[in-house]
Design a protein. Sequence first.
Length: 440
Amino acid sequence: MTRRTFTKSALTAAALVGTGAAAKAADVDVVVIGAGAAGLAATDALIRDGYTVQCIEAANRIGGRVFSDTSTFGVPMDYGAHWLHNRSLNPFVNIGRKLGLKLYKAPSNMRVMVKGRDATDADEIAFFNEVERINHAIAKAAKKRKDVSAASVIGPKNPWNLTASAHIGSLSMARDMADVSVADCHSAKEGVDWFCAQGFGTLLAAYHAKTPVTLGTRATSIDASTDSVIVETNKGALRAKSVIVTVSQGILKSGKLAIKPKMDSQIRQAIGGITMGSYNHITLQFAQGTIDAKPDSWIAYQLTEHKNGSPTGGGILANISGSNLCYVEIGGSFGKALEAKGEATMIDFGLAELTALFGANIRNGYIKGSATRWGKNANVLGAYSGALPGMIATRQHLHMSIAGRIFLAGEATSFGEQATVSGAHKEGLRAAETVSALLG
Ligand SMILES: Cc1cc2nc3c(=O)[nH]c(=O)nc-3n(C[C@H](O)[C@H](O)[C@H](O)COP(=O)(O)OP(=O)(O)OC[C@H]3O[C@@H](n4cnc5c(N)ncnc54)[C@H](O)[C@@H]3O)c2cc1C
């Protein structure tokens, strides 16, 4: 496809590219690479500021790691983000309400179970004490500015240690405690979580229904070593004054997107130190009423085994928004190994975990399952970012520009709301503001 026809087909989706530009002038002011929460926010903000923008997206849909599938189960299932974390900082609760969607506070109490039954009061207290003890040890180490691994501060083992480690490590940070930086973990701002009954993906897609995006267009290289910034894509080249790159740390690290001139060593260090974790939903559908749990029950069940410190097992979100879906959540290196075995093995695992907790009879009500495999998704290559122990200081280097004209933005560039949709959205806005100031 020639540059001209590429622009034409892009126009049908974007209607933004200036035509008849002089040979040396940029074809658009800004190219935004990626239409996840960050890229979509940046695109809208720059258009509002009067710039010409072309947002390109490798996939054939918008949303990136925020996507609701309503066709597989007939009810919404979030492929990626599901929790609207920390309502006090999260703009999407109000955005969703304005869109007429059903938003509600997530139940605050966690249900604790052991094989086949609810935990006794004593066990429940032991679990919550263990969570508190580990969180306290992480906070203490972080405040001493010692960016060590969470595993190194855990201290003595007790019967709930693995379960608490799974919820703080694999299921929150998407990594084993040995790979969790205490400073990164402690810096993540906590607050009250909310849900959207129609799915977080539905909310984001509705909010950005009018944001112009050219789908199915993968950037392969960015070159800012000449007058303009040239973005090569599978559909031809684009030229801009500035580029905002919102792809995941996984994509940046993979080298699938070549960037010229060579990035500063501090940015390269940050790409090596802020890495993608593993986290997936195994979604299981049952006849209504099969799983004896209140809507949106977040269940911690006792884990007793581990492999190299990675707890064997996950957590459960049951009867999502009152529907007949349950997520068995898995993460860390245990989850990554399970992901590598394929969807069928993941579904079998999820069903076995629920059977062990709720009894063999639930299999009579089982309808079907699916499992996400974000580590295998070629457009993301992992779940979300986290700093390796000792690498927290490198996160800020992701705010450095490349050649003064290429800017990184996304969940990984956030401090405090890293690994969240809200963080990615705000980082998109920040990058847009930076570019806006640059372009004048
Ligand atoms: C399983 C899972 C559960 C999660 N749960 C939560 C949760 O409950 N709450 C929460 O707040 N967050 C959660 N997150 C994290 C949240 O989804 C992300 O932090 C956020 O969506 C990231 O947005 P982003 O814009 O930074 O990146 P992305 O959403 O990854 O957007 C980047 C986009 O770039 C595109 N792209 C990649 N390469 C190219 C290329 N070369 N050319 C063009 N386009 C390209 C990708 O296709 C993608 O659409 C979860 C993530 C996962 C995977």
